[in-house]
Design a protein around this ligand. Structure first.
Ligand code: CA
Length: 231
């Protein structure tokens, strides 16, 4: 599958130019004209890289960057900021909120594509890292498939994100609040109790009868995923 680049830019002629050049370079392209649309598109399908303009209607580039970083799916998605010449302060703020690189306007499409490729090379996980595993439980990130032993497991979107977060941070104990922030995002108001509901569903889905429960409940602290719970 072609890597998906999400262009977030309100200048239509620049979007057209970028789209044309990126598609010619072998990328799939999605585009959003403002920050809110960008967040919706990124939630629909996680892009492999985001080109993010700074001056946007509705939500600023900084805010979009911050919100993408808060969500589990886009926490590590590379972001290249597109800034106007001389906006030094924006660049620094952008790198502070988690952008990976920046390109100053005006730029040539060739230069931008070189940067895109460089950032993708730098941030792409090593071969094989697109599968997360704990004991006999495994998650294929590209195919969105979860298995335990020979059994294939069907998870709802929240349980999937929850499990993905646990698999990426094994043996660490997370409070309900930490899980809410990481999996639901801080802009969503959800009761901490909701976490328990989804943990229960996740447990039911991944643990068949007789199998070891991989999720450890830590009294008064939260939950952890471990290959040998209790050890
Ligand atoms: Ca703009």
């Amino acid at each position: 599958m072609k890597p998906l680049i999400l262009i977030v830019e309100d200048e239509v002629s620049l979007v057209t130019l970028l789209r044309y050049n990126l598609e010619r370079a072998g990328f799939a392209v999605a585009s959003a004209g403002d920050g809110e649309e960008a967040l919706l598109l990124a939630a629909e399908r996680t892009p492999d890289l985001v080109l993010l303009d700074w001056m946007l209607p509705r939500l600023s580039g900084i805010e979009v960057c911050r919100q993408l970083r808060r969500r589990a799916e886009t926490r590590t998605t590379p972001i290249i900021m597109l800034t106007a010449r001389g906006e030094e302060g924006d660049r620094i703020r952008g790198l502070n909120v988690g952008a990976d690189d920046y390109v100053t306007k005006p730029f040539s499409p060739t230069e931008l594509i070189a940067r895109v490729n460089a950032v993708l090379r730098r941030t792409k996980p090593a071969a094989g890292a697109d599968t997360l595993a704990c004991a006999d439980l495994s998650m294929d990130l590209a195919g969105h498939r979860v298995r335990r032993g020979d059994r294939s497991i069907h998870l709802g979107p929240t349980e999937y994100r929850l499990l993905r977060y646990f698999l990426s941070n094994q043996r660490r104990v997370f409070s309900r609040e930490q899980l809410l922030n990481a999996v639901w995002g801080t802009d969503v108001h959800v009761e901490p109790r909701t976490v328990d509901v989804h943990i229960r569903r996740l447990r039911k889905a991944i643990n068949a009868e007789g199998e070891i429960d991989l999720i450890r409940t830590v009294r008064a602290a939260g939950y952890a995923l471990e290959s040998k719970p209790g050890s």
